[in-house]
Design a protein around this ligand. Structure first.
Ligand code: ZN
Ligand code: FE
Length: 172
């Protein structure tokens, strides 16, 4: 692993762990889409999978421009969030309960990405990579929009439906 001496090194590190995150997400999202029952949620996740693929390609282009290997680092943070999600997805659940759980898991990912892209875009601006900063800001906006849409779906539809599922009455 390369030493982080300055902001430039940290910028490269951040790009590599973001690429690692997007690559893992592209692999993990189809199972979430499959598991989702609510049509709005399914569509939303499918749309964001397409965006995620573009985010990954954008990072590859940025790394090429900077002369660094996008695959130069690994992201244990996103791996952990995904493992948590996989544990939840393996549970026995009602469709309503699982939809609510899927949104909560997806929002954890979005918040992680919002934080990472926020840092990376700021580093790019400070280091004078204006075009790269713009591309990173565009991805950041898409992550924020994905989070906002998930939040809307959760609050207005999915969580309400999960709340309305009747509890199993204990046998007396
Ligand atoms: Zn993304
Ligand atoms: Fe995302």
């Amino acid at each position: 692993m390369k030493a982080i001496k300055n902001l430039e090194d940290l910028f490269y590190h951040e790009l590599q762990v973001l690429w690692s995150a997007e690559a893992m997400l592209v692999e993990a999202m189809p199972a979430m889409i499959e598991r989702a029952q609510n049509t709005g949620l399914k569509k939303n996740l499918a749309l964001h999978l397409a965006e995620t693929d573009q985010h990954k390609v954008a990072l590859e282009m940025i790394c090429r421009e900077l002369g660094i290997d996008p695959q130069g680092d690994f992201n244990p943070g996103i791996k952990g969030i995904l493992e948590e999600g996989q544990k939840v997805m393996a549970k026995d659940a009602t469709p309503e309960g699982m939809d609510a759980a899927l949104i909560a898991g997806a929002q954890k990912v979005e918040h992680y990405e919002i934080s990472g892209y926020g840092s990376a875009a700021h580093y790019a601006e400070m280091l004078g990579y204006d075009a790269i900063a713009k591309r990173l800001r565009l991805t950041l906006e898409e992550e924020q929009q994905a989070d906002t849409k998930l939040n809307f779906l959760a609050k207005n539809i999915v969580n309400r439906r999960a709340k309305a599922v009747a509890p199993v009455t204990p046998a007396v």
